[in-house]
Design a protein around this ligand. Structure first.
Ligand code: DGP
Ligand code: NA
Ligand code: NA
Length: 210
């Protein structure tokens, strides 16, 4: 019995754009409308590799920059069999960060080309839709202070934003820019419209590869 596959939907954006809240709201809305959906997030800090990444982000350990880049990618790869299984079962996956965060965050460090940074993620399942929650640095600042984790500084986040802007020029990825300065409910409505559209299209085409 062939079942229609689920869609792979990713939310990206700089810190405090509201990704985590919107992922939860989207999963809930899809489920309530009778569409199987599950949330995922990267990094997934629960695996062995994820624990290495988590300690690094919490500044409890130091890792060489190339090494940590490859660990973030490995953390995505280790979840691929489970992701494919779910998608084939018809479950739509709503993912909080993916390979685009990988490329944007590492290429924001000195000495890392965007080209090198995208390589380890080549071949990962390709999202049917990537929504970028756009929020200006000034608006982000109104939402409160940065946290204490690695990368949580204004200068670094500005560099990350510029890298995302380069990544969004790739026409082979279905990018949709979402104005994250709107109210939580308005942003949710925009995200839901794009997601339902992507789910309908994904049913009829095979899952792609990055
Ligand atoms: P979060 O749990 O969503 O707050 O993300 C953890 C932090 O790690 C956040 O600052 C973004 C960053 N990050 C996420 N994915 C990657 C990646 O693949 N590579 C690098 N270098 N950083 C990442
Ligand atoms: Na964070
Ligand atoms: Na988040």
């Amino acid at each position: 019995m062939a079942c229609k596959r689920g869609a792979l939907i990713v939310l990206e954006g700089v810190d405090r754009a509201g990704k985590t809240t919107q992922c939860k709201m989207l999963v809930q809305a899809l489920q309530q409308s009778g569409r199987p959906a599950e949330a995922m997030r990267f990094p997934d800090r629960t695996t062995t590799i994820g624990q290495l990444i988590s300690a690094y982000l919490e500044k409890k350990s130091e890792l060489e920059d190339h090494t940590v880049h490859l660990l973030f990618s490995a953390n995505r790869w280790e979840l691929v069999p489970a992701m494919k299984r779910k998608l084939e079962q018809g479950v739509t996956l709503v993912v909080d960060r993916y390979a685009f965060s990988g490329a944007a965050f590492t290429s924001a460090k000195p000495g890392f080309s965007l080209d090198w940074c995208t390589k380890p993620d080549v071949g990962l399942p390709k999202p049917d839709l990537v929504m970028f929650l756009q929020l200006s640095p000034a608006e982000a600042a109104l939402r409160g202070q940065f946290g204490n984790e690695r990368y949580e500084t204004r200068a670094f986040q500005n560099a990350v934003q510029q890298k995302f802007e380069l990544l969004m020029k790739d026409p082979s990825v279905n990018w949709q820019v979402i104005d994250a300065s709107k109210s939580v409910e308005e942003v949710h409505r925009d995200i839901t419209v794009h997601s339902l559209n992507a789910i309908n299209i994904a049913e009829n085409i095979p899952l792609g590869q990055l």
